[in-house]
Write a protein that binds this ligand. Structure first.
Ligand SMILES: [Zn+2]
Length: 254
């Protein structure tokens, strides 16, 4: 799992230096660009770089269609969020809100810290075959670099006032970032009901590293048609969801 820390650190450095999420190595003759449209679509990610191999050959890849889950006595999810957001960035693949340190999620007796959350439209995971217009991923790391993600679905309905605080601050150019201090924003984006599906998966973007603990909340939040349009059409300009991946030997519990 050390590689995850290394990757996230290098990612942070890349973001700081260039504002780009692409793994750019100036010393090389080529840049490992990946995306959702054109030549480097998700189907090709595994062949773009040796570092992205897992995207092509992994057997625990995300996202998935959540179905045939097993009923288990899962403990309540207890995200402890109270800190402010720090900044917002358009990294070319999503809009990401970076968090100040201190928000935690404790699972399996391990404390994970919330680093950032970001959005996909349409949703990446499906629930019983259903796709949602928007999905948020809350990305947590433990001290060893293990990753836990809480996913929240959004369904079309009333405008979401908390989302609006982010949307009005969205950079509209790839690589742009700015300071964004929003109080309690992560907590406000989660539903009251924290029942969830749990499974093992991966990052849904290159390098598609596996060993990620996924917690998909069952209760969707609301997002208006205009808010979906502002993210999908006006900011991303295309879908930014990886297609669903085979479940293979995995189990989903709820
Ligand atoms: Zn994501």
């Amino acid at each position: 799992m050390k590689k995850n820390i290394k990757y996230l650190l290098s990612l942070a450095a890349t973001l700081t230096l260039t504002g780009s999420y692409c793994v750019a190595n100036e010393a090389k003759t080529h840049t490992e660009h990946w995306g959702y449209t054109g030549h480097n679509t998700p189907e090709k990610w595994g062949t773009l770089s040796e570092k992205f191999r897992e995207c092509g050959v992994g057997l625990n890849q995300s996202p998935i269609n959540i179905t045939h889950s097993l009923h288990a006595n899962l403990p309540p999810l207890n995200p402890d969020y109270s800190h402010n957001s720090k900044s917002i960035v358009d990294n070319g693949h999503t809009i990401q809100v970076n968090m100040e340190a201190g928000d935690t999620l404790t699972v399996d007796g391990i404390t994970f810290e919330l680093k950032q959350f970001h959005f996909h439209s349409p949703s990446e995971n499906h629930i019983e075959g259903k796709s949602f217009p928007l999905e948020a991923h809350f990305v947590h790391l433990d001290k060893d670099g293990n990753i836990a993600v809480i996913a929240v679905m959004f369904q079309e309905g009333a405008a979401n006032p908390e989302l609006e605080k982010i949307w009005t601050n969205m950079p509209n150019k790839e690589g742009d970032s700015k300071e964004l201090k929003l109080k309690n924003i992560a907590k406000a984006l989660l539903p009251q009901d924290k029942h969830y599906y749990r499974f093992n998966g991966s990052l849904t973007t290159p390098p598609c590293s596996e060993g990620v603990r996924w917690f998909v909340l069952k209760q969707p939040m609301s997002v208006s048609k205009e808010q979906i349009k502002k993210f999908h059409d006006d900011t991303m300009h295309h879908n930014n969801n990886r297609p669903i991946q085979p479940l293979d030997a995995r189990m989903i519990v709820e």
